[in-house]
Design a protein around this ligand. Structure first.
Ligand code: DGY
Length: 338
């Protein structure tokens, strides 16, 4: 596929002296168009080998840098943040999720942290629908039959999934991505509900019904989409107790973070058919995952590709660079979280 250069972000117009004098390291190789702007516009320290950096390497490479473009493949925990060279003023993560960063430790050290909201909403909402639909129609195991050369004659009973049309969808986490899922689900003729810390104003609820109490919503969810951030409160949110509240044969999708699901609860529920199918784009311990999932025909599995389109990854990278440019030039950050 040809890399689309697309919009280059706000920093498109002029290279400034301030950014040219700004030593900026990136922990991973970014999409071509982003990498080109990074090297053009900044005093760039790329990671040519694209190796994930452990704490030691990260600290070594950050020496003398003012900024780090990081990603969810590194952990910026309190200890790492405390060890960062004094020169480092800002961390821009190539993600909307910040669960790999100790934001309190960053604030305490005076480290500015920026992320990439908005630009990945549509791609990730699309992936959530892909997970719901892929699971409901058992797309992966059906395709595997074909690839193994085992496709027999068409049969009225063959490879039966379940419709999304006319079903009830519950969304856990009604942020931008949850709202995107609600909009799309209505196109499938679904009735949409959501559970969120706070009720959304009508213009952000997308016609979905709010449930302050998840225990009230879950028994009505033929489909359940997890789109919430990973926090202490959402860790293992989908546990055995909540699975027991779902109707028999519900379909679950997780495009949030792996640990939002308790694998020891979901896997037996998939094995027994109590949960009919699951579409999972994220896993605890990525890139490893609980191998029991690989044996389940009713698990539709993707390797964390929620935001993985050229357009979206370019926009995420440009957002990181725009945040860096704002820092170097002393203007407003497009998206600062700490
Ligand atoms: C995000 O932006 O948080 C995506 O999940 C990529 O990690």
């Amino acid at each position: 596929m040809t890399p689309a250069t697309g919009d280059k972000g706000q920093g498109d117009e002029l290279m400034s002296d301030a950014t040219k004098r700004f030593p900026l390291m990136a922990t991973r190789l970014m999409p071509e168009a982003v990498e080109a702007r990074f090297r053009d516009e900044f005093d760039a320290r790329p990671n040519e080998e694209d190796t994930p950096l452990d704490r030691k390497l990260l600290i070594e490479r950050a020496e003398g840098c003012h900024g780090i473009v990081g990603s969810p493949t590194e952990r910026f925990d309190a200890e790492t943040i405390a060890l960062l060279p004094e020169s480092v003023e800002i961390l821009a993560t190539f993600s909307v999720g910040c669960d790999h960063i100790d934001l309190e430790a960053a604030k305490a050290r005076g480290l500015v942290v920026c992320n990439t909201p908005d630009v990945l909403t549509d791609a990730t909402a699309d992936t959530t629908i892909l997970c719901l639909l892929g699971a409901a129609r058992m797309a992966q195991s059906a395709e595997a039959v074909l690839r193994r050369g085992e496709w027999g004659r068409w049969s009225p009973r063959g490879m039966l999934g379940t419709d999304m049309t006319g079903k009830r969808l519950g969304i856990v986490g009604m942020g931008r991505i949850g709202q995107g899922v609600a909009r799309r689900a209505q196109g499938f003729g679904m009735e949409v509900m959501y559970h969120n810390r706070r009720e959304r104003p009508p213009e952000e609820a997308e016609g979905a019904t709010f449930h302050a109490d998840a225990a009230e919503m879950l028994p009505q969810c033929d489909f359940l989409a997890l789109t919430c951030p990973l926090t202490d409160e959402t860790h293992h949110w989908l546990n055995a107790e909540r699975i027991a509240l779902l109707p028999d044969g519900a379909v679950v999708a997780n495009t949030a973070r792996g640990p939002v699901v308790d694998d020891d609860a979901l896997i037996p529920a998939l094995e027994s058919g109590r949960v009919a199918a699951a579409g999972l784009d994220v896993f605890t311990g990525e890139p490893k995952l609980d191998e029991r999932y690989l044996k389940l025909e009713n698990a539709f599995l993707l390797p964390h590709i929620g935001s993985a389109t050229i357009e979206t990854r370019n926009a995420m990278g440009f957002r990181c660079l725009d945040n860096m440019k704002a820092h170097a030039e002393g203007t407003d950050y497009p998206s600062r979280v700490a």
